[in-house]
Design a protein around this ligand. Structure first.
Ligand SMILES: CC(C)(COP(=O)(O)OP(=O)(O)OC[C@H]1O[C@@H](n2cnc3c(N)ncnc32)[C@H](O)[C@@H]1OP(=O)(O)O)[C@@H](O)C(=O)NCCC(=O)NCCS
Length: 183
């Protein structure tokens, strides 16, 4: 992908925006919450430096075009993040990851934010396929993906070892044609 200039995407109740160094404390709050990190691919963060490293990697991603992280902003508050990564240029595919602060769960915010970014990914970035890899116990995440027309494509055994815990993976895929047919 080419470099990403800062941009915003608007949805009815929220805005997706680029992240900057000033977001480090809010990002730390998201990723240090053990409940929100229950099914994440790494342990909850313990140090603010991890948020600074995350922002540095985010800014490097904008520069290189290797990955794209957007902040989910609700009324001026950074409520979550959505990440497009693992871009494969030849096959025009990437993976998607998402994190929403616990106080915002269950109100359809992530569905709204992801719909805006997915639409951008297919229409503007011209991607062909988006993939998601989730812990099978993460019911909210599976429901969210299905509501966005992702298809469950497979189950992989013992794919992750997180903090010593061995976890399976459910794999979901969304094609550009699936998305455009539903919109
Ligand atoms: C997964 C996550 C993004 C869902 O965001 P959200 O904004 O709460 O999602 P929605 O409000 O659109 O809810 C999606 C569905 O899950 C349900 N849901 C929400 N929170 C739930 C929970 N804690 N347990 C079970 N179901 C839940 C909702 O009722 C909804 O189902 P419905 O469409 O049948 O009504 C959010 O819970 C989160 O960030 N969790 C922590 C990080 C994480 O696990 N990320 C995914 C890693 S793969």
């Amino acid at each position: 992908m080419p470099a990403f200039a800062p941009f915003t995407l608007s949805a009815p109740r929220l805005e997706l925006r680029s992240l900057g160094p000033e977001d480090a404390p809010a990002v730390f709050k998201l990723f240090s919450d053990p409940e929100a990190m229950r099914y994440w691919s790494s342990a909850p963060w313990e140090q603010l430096q991890q948020a600074h490293d995350y922002i540095a990697s985010t800014l490097a991603g904008y520069e290189s075009g290797e990955h794209l992280r957007m902040g989910l902003d609700i009324g001026g508050q950074l409520a979550g993040v959505i990440h497009l990564y693992g871009f494969n240029r030849q096959n025009r595919r990437c993976e998607i990851g998402y994190m929403l602060g616990r106080e915002f769960w269950g109100r359809g915010y992530m569905q709204e934010g992801m719909a805006a970014l997915i639409d951008h990914a297919f229409r503007v970035l011209r991607l062909h396929r988006i993939e998601a890899d989730i812990d099978p116990r993460n019911t909210a995440s599976a429901k969210l993906l299905k509501s966005l027309h992702f298809v469950h494509e497979g189950h992989m055994r013992e794919r992750w070892i997180i903090n010593g815990e061995i976890c399976d993976t459910d794999y979901f895929g969304l094609l550009r044609s699936d998305w455009l047919a539903e919109r």
